[in-house]
Design a protein around this ligand. Sequence first.
Ligand SMILES: NC(=O)C1=CN([C@@H]2O[C@H](COP(=O)(O)OP(=O)(O)OC[C@H]3O[C@@H](n4cnc5c(N)ncnc54)[C@H](O)[C@@H]3O)[C@@H](O)[C@H]2O)[C@H](O)CC1
Ligand code: K
Length: 525
Amino acid sequence: MTKEQFVVTAAQMRDIETRIFTAGMPVAALMEKVGGLIFQRLQTIISPDKCVGILAGPGHNGGDALVVGRELYFHGYKIWIYQPFSKLKELTSQHFQYIQSLEIPCYQQINELPNCDFLIDGLFGFGLEREITDSIAAAINHFNQRNQPIISIDIPSGLHTDTGEVLGTAIQASYTFCLGLWKQGLLQEQALPYVGKTELIDFHIPLTDIHAVLDKDNVPQIKRITKTTALSTLPLPRPLITHKYKQGNLLLICGSRRYAGGAILTGLGARASGVGMLSIAVPESLKMSLVSHLPEALIIGCPETEKGAIANLPLVGCVSDSVTHLIDLNSFTTIACGPGLTKDNISIIPEIIECECPLILDADALNILAQLGTIPLLKSRKSGTVITPHTGEFKRLFPHIDYTNRVKAVQTAAHESGAIVLLKGARTAISNPQGSVWINPESTPALARGGSGDVLTGLLGGLLAQIPPQELAIEDVVATATWWHSQAGILAAQARTELGVDAFTLTQHLLQVLKRQYSERYALK
Ligand SMILES: NC(=O)C1=CN([C@@H]2O[C@H](COP(=O)(O)OP(=O)(O)OC[C@H]3O[C@@H](n4cnc5c(N)ncnc54)[C@H](O)[C@@H]3O)[C@@H](O)[C@H]2O)[C@H](O)CC1
Ligand SMILES: [K+]
């Protein structure tokens, strides 16, 4: 695991920090080191002719800020300090005393503050324990209204370190330099408007201390999806000697006369995954359209309802003159079901749940599940189930689950259903039933668009189909598909703006993500 992958709560960070101090690292030395690293990074962003305002709080976050301020001062930057607290922690107080001795201007009132080009936010870090009120809240609101970029140390002051909730008010940062290990709150959706660009300042926490705290029994891990973790689970390179059925056999069950495009997009997502064999079950009237878009796929036309939904799956064993291809649910390595199905025929879902391979349920399959109340049924499945709700679908499936902390919500849902739950959003979170969570830290609002979920379902289906469950945990593959899909969105948005990422365009960018990563491997030498 790389350090970029770990995610901690305030309590876990405190435990890790305590281990480091108990082992002999002086607190002051660590603060000096952290402050120095932040300073070095700031030098690459702020030129020495600029003026920097330092906002220092009462705890060690304030201490960090004062060390940074002192270094900026000694390197020729013009600085001033805002420090309105009457009681400071010992170490912070010492740094403040020294700063004052250097005759750096220090202020307690916001109306006295001079202009500046940047603000460094060291008001509160992971020690914030209650709502910010009164004059400090007013000060934070004032800083948010000034036009200077704010760089937050560790976490924007005012955000809850675990949930990302705003405690009263919070700094709206342009950058957040998170210290040592990623704090859970920075990966929560509600924190997004406050965190700006985020990066980790690695101050060399020994892996043994991280593992000693994070690997404690019964503490499920929360991890960030990174490029490294995602690429390590891709089915590349392919074995030199193989055949199509060895590279995955995926069945998609999707589409209706009303939502024909959903089936095509799901198919195109699956195509990009490289899956060896792709079959798509759609209502009979969609068959020719699917064939024309996905000539490599085996398109299975199913009997349809009056409204044009799949009426029933032509399963092996059933007698039918009209159907040319019968489906053996147990011949596939993965089945994905849901995009564009409609809720016209709810009876196919209980049938599909019986299959013995990994199963992905999305979109209308989830709406049908919510209607049938069959979440407990998923627990009896013989192999893994992945459900991929967006917020609305999640709330329909799990109306009783508190949604304030999305990470906790997804853990509870996975525990209750026995499924791997992928909760879509700006920070997609994936939990397995044991509560281990992957969070996708990078995405784009360009993906908030009809059809992009269908593409993900196809892509995920195709990836899962290629990777035998005994080789990799299903949730790791789900994390990889999520990363790949959002990176394609980011690439497409770079090329065409956030308005240009329709779901078809998204499918066209999926392989460009891999091409960037693997360009050297496939270059002609
Ligand atoms: N983790 C590490 O290894 C390192 C962390 N560093 C920095 O230290 C802070 C955490 O420091 P701590 O002193 O524990 O907490 P804070 O600075 O966040 O502030 C606590 C301080 O504030 C008071 N307080 C809490 N809530 C409020 C409130 N709503 N209103 C007013 N006052 C409040 C509380 O009583 C305390 O006095 C971490 O984020 C890092 O920046 C190190 O320097 C390096 C190593
Ligand atoms: K801060």
